[in-house]
Design a protein. Structure first.
Length: 132
């Protein structure tokens, strides 16, 4: 989630999510394959597999959204907001990249901490019996 958020600060949040999703899906599929091997060897299926995929993919989505908010170039609506603000309020002080980051970076950090806390409440620990 943190790496997705950091990339999303400097790239479009949609592009970042699309870039990170195949990596997340490969981890989910690998975990499901290991779960199937365990069942094939006579073990019990791990019911936490669904929680793992849910927390991993939600972490990618939330990280991209929060990271996109942190900088002006992170997501296109930030630029639209700046343009509309300058047209609707021409006497207002100009919002620059640094003033946007002074406003949005602490808020995005707060959102990261809360989101990580929420997602970690659903987190599972994975133990692997097989070598990859």
């Amino acid at each position: 989630m943190v790496s997705t958020g950091f990339l999303s600060m400097w790239l479009s949040n949609t592009a970042t999510a699309l870039m990170m999703m195949p990596m997340g899906m490969s981890l989910v599929l690998l975990y499901e394959e290991l779960n199937r091997k365990t069942v094939a060897e006579g073990g019990n299926a791990d019911p936490r597999a669904e929680n793992f995929s849910l927390t991993l993919l939600l972490g990618i989505a939330y990280g991209a959204s929060i990271g996109g908010f942190a900088t002006l170039i992170g997501t296109p609506p930030n630029g639209v907001l700046i343009t509309q603000m300058s047209q609707l309020f021409p006497d207002a002080p100009e919002i620059t990249f640094s003033t946007w980051m002074l406003f949005a970076l602490p808020m995005s950090f707060f959102l990261y901490v809360n989101c990580l806390g929420t997602i970690n409440s659903f987190r599972i620990s994975i133990t692997c019996k097989h070598t990859i």
